[in-house]
Write a protein of this length. Structure first.
Length: 209
């Protein structure tokens, strides 16, 4: 059962109500109105949670994490400590998918991360607004409508310390090496080596850091 917190009371009163609905919920710094939380969610201490946030599924959130207003987290997700999820970001998985976000990661506003199989984002990454990462796509066989075609998935990995620019799209099977930077409006559909600066459609390595 999903518990919705609508109280106008201060954070500690909202926390008390939220603890009844979650599997575990450490003492937060702040909880906004309209939090909806599922019974298998675990949240560490020091969280800052904005207004109208929904967290549902097998979700583990570390200590001192910020979940900004309007965020939607659904499925099988692990988020490391000191990470910040920006406003109106969606992160979700399919029933068998796994999404792992490391420590000290900034996923900026209006971003989307979806995992039908596996997406791994390592520590210290920074995403500009409107980033999109997906490990899946629909098939393109001519004998059926794309809408009904089987979904094809390949794991995606984003290495430690990667910077992803605004409106970047990362497609299934992509691997971005540690400490690389991906320029705004790029399309990543393969492997980018570590310590690279890459941009374009498709993204190509332009120089080494």
């Amino acid at each position: 059962m999903l518990l919705r917190i609508v109280s106008k009371a201060p954070t500690m009163a909202r926390w008390g109500a939220a603890r009844l609905g979650a599997a575990a919920f450490g003492r937060p710094r702040e909880i906004g109105r309209g939090l909806r939380i599922g019974p298998t969610v675990r949240i560490g201490k020091g969280a800052v949670i904005g207004t109208d946030v929904r967290i549902e599924g097998n979700i583990v959130i570390g200590d001192h994490v910020t979940i900004s207003s309007g965020v939607l987290l659904l499925g099988n997700i692990v988020i490391g400590s000191r990470t910040c999820i920006g406003r109106y970001t969606y992160m979700g998985t399919g029933p068998d998918g796994q999404l792992s976000v490391g420590q000290d990661v900034l996923v900026n506003d209006f971003s989307t991360v979806g995992a039908m199989k596996a997406v791994v984002i390592e520590d210290h990454c920074i995403f500009a607004p409107h980033a999109l990462i997906t490990d899946s796509t629909h098939g393109l066989d001519k004998d059926q409508h794309i809408k009904h075609a089987p979904i094809r998935s390949e794991p995606v990995s984003v290495g430690e310390g990667v910077w992803i620019g605004s409106h970047v799209v990362v497609l299934k099977g992509s691997r971005i090496g540690a400490r690389s930077a991906i320029g705004a409006h790029s399309l990543v559909n393969g492997e980018i080596a570590a310590d690279s600066v890459a941009f374009g459609i498709p993204a190509r390595v332009r120089r080494v850091r």
